[in-house]
Design a protein around this ligand. Structure first.
Ligand SMILES: Cc1cc2nc3c(=O)[nH]c(=O)nc-3n(C[C@H](O)[C@H](O)[C@H](O)COP(=O)(O)O)c2cc1C
Ligand code: SF4
Length: 395
């Protein structure tokens, strides 16, 4: 079997058989108005299923109501059981497996329906996302709050398994709640949840253990990390290797190696054209527009597109762990898919190339020279709050 044939042949992830090794990366769809997945969410994932992807991922499923960045995200609770079960059943019928990305925004949120007084992070501070909505601060978490957060992952995992998800992906990266604890830049705690890497990893590892306990040993649980936060004093490539070792030892089934943080340096995550101008164009809130103008140039740095832009650092993680490795970041040609298989990666996540063409897996399986048509213009990133949700603006 050639490396490319390997990519398009069935493969197992902790007992779960995928018809190929291509997985749709979690890209928050923006198609859950009022927190409920409707017809456009179904149409979006069905198109991916019909296009032949082995597993699709529902992006950012918040583990509790206050883990949402905004009120139009869904959270994993009984209120959403019927539409979610229906969506997942339709995707199964269309022949794809379904993963759910478990997210919690920790100390940043612009959720107008926040149930608590403030969002909660490692310690009291500025709520980076809420400033424009008058939600200036976040509270620091006590140990009791930390227990509540772990419980929210546990309960969400039980719910997600019962509603039909085939796999769970815990979000440990991109500056979200767990990453805020992992990063020395954002975690200044003096107790056993702050300080050394071992202490900063305590909450993420407790979450992993709680999710594992909820779903059992034979259910796939993967985790997405940031290889680097790309900010001074933040997590960097060496940390990513140590973090991955700890997650591997903690019983994770696969590690997805992404990068960057949503609030400090997002462009590392999706290299290509700078998103500042499209974001400014899409932003409706005048205060947010002003903030974007002020901080945008330092926040949205230029990282030109490069094929397989995380490959070298992801390989370091590959060499350090026993679990499955899931590559993400600029994989857009059959040549890359074959190379990733040859380098020892087990699965490949695709974001923008599948947004630009949901039929990619079927087309690539039929054409050895396949190249995605995605231009890496990143205009889709600015559609996250579009009333129709995310979409490719070019094709
Ligand atoms: C529109 C859009 C939304 C995204 N939303 C999420 C998200 O909710 N969670 C996440 O982990 N990554 C998110 N990402 C990042 C992707 O999962 C992926 O890591 C990134 O696009 C790089 O992969 P690619 O080069 O295949 O696009 C998003 C990316 C895009 C383009
Ligand atoms: S808008 Fe379309 S072409 Fe541009 S990066 Fe997104 S998916 Fe690719």
């Amino acid at each position: 079997m050639t490396t490319l044939e390997k990519c398009f042949a069935p493969a197992k992830l902790n007992g779960l058989e995928l018809k190929n090794r291509l997985i749709k990366a979690g890209t928050f769809e923006g198609k859950t108005p009022g927190g409920i997945p409707g017809e456009s969410m179904k149409a979006f994932h069905l198109a991916l299923a019909h296009g032949g992807v082995g597993m699709t991922t529902l992006g950012y499923c918040a583990t509790e109501a206050d883990g949402r960045i905004n009120e139009n995200m869904m959270y994993m609770d009984e209120y959403v059981r019927a539409p979610l079960a229906d969506l997942i059943a339709s995707l199964h019928q269309a022949g794809t497996k379904v993963s759910g990305q478990m997210g919690h925004s920790g100390g940043f949120s612009k959720n107008k329906e926040l149930q608590r007084r403030r969002p909660r992070g490692p310690q009291f501070g500025i709520n980076m996302l809420g400033v424009a909505n008058g939600m200036l601060f976040c509270d620091g978490m006590s140990e009791a709050h930390i227990k509540e957060m772990v419980q929210s992952y546990h309960d969400a995992a039980i719910f997600m398994k019962s509603v039909g998800f085939d796999c769970l992906e815990i979000h440990f990266g991109h500056g979200y709640g767990l990453c805020q604890f992992m990063s020395p830049k954002t975690n200044k705690r003096k107790d056993r949840y702050g300080g050394s890497l071992e202490n900063r990893m305590r909450l993420p590892l407790e979450v992993l253990a709680a999710v594992r306990k909820a779903v059992g040993d034979d259910f796939p649980v993967i985790g997405k990390i940031s290889l680097t936060e790309g900010v001074r004093g933040g997590l960097d490539y060496d940390d990513a290797v140590n973090i991955s070792r700890l997650l591997d030892k903690g019983g994770i089934d696969g590690i997805v190696t992404s990068g960057g943080t949503s609030t400090m340096n997002p462009m590392i995550m999706f290299r290509g054209d700078n998103i500042l101008q499209p974001m400014l164009k899409a932003e409706k809130n005048p205060v947010m527009k002003l903030i974007l103008r002020a901080v945008g140039p330092s926040m949205f740095r230029n990282y030109p597109y490069q094929e397989l832009y995380f490959l070298e650092q992801a390989k370091r993680v590959r060499d350090a762990v026993q679990c499955n490795m899931v590559y993400v970041g600029g994989a857009s040609t059959n040549a890359s898919f074959g190379q990733l298989m040859a380098e020892g990666f087990d699965f490949i996540q695709l974001g923008r190339s599948l947004l630009s063409d949901p039929d990619l897996p079927n087309k690539a399986a039929a054409d050895a020279g396949y190249k995605s048509r995605c231009l890496h213009c990143n205009e889709c990133v600015a559609t996250i709050e579009h009333p129709a949700g995310i979409h490719c603006t070019r094709f």
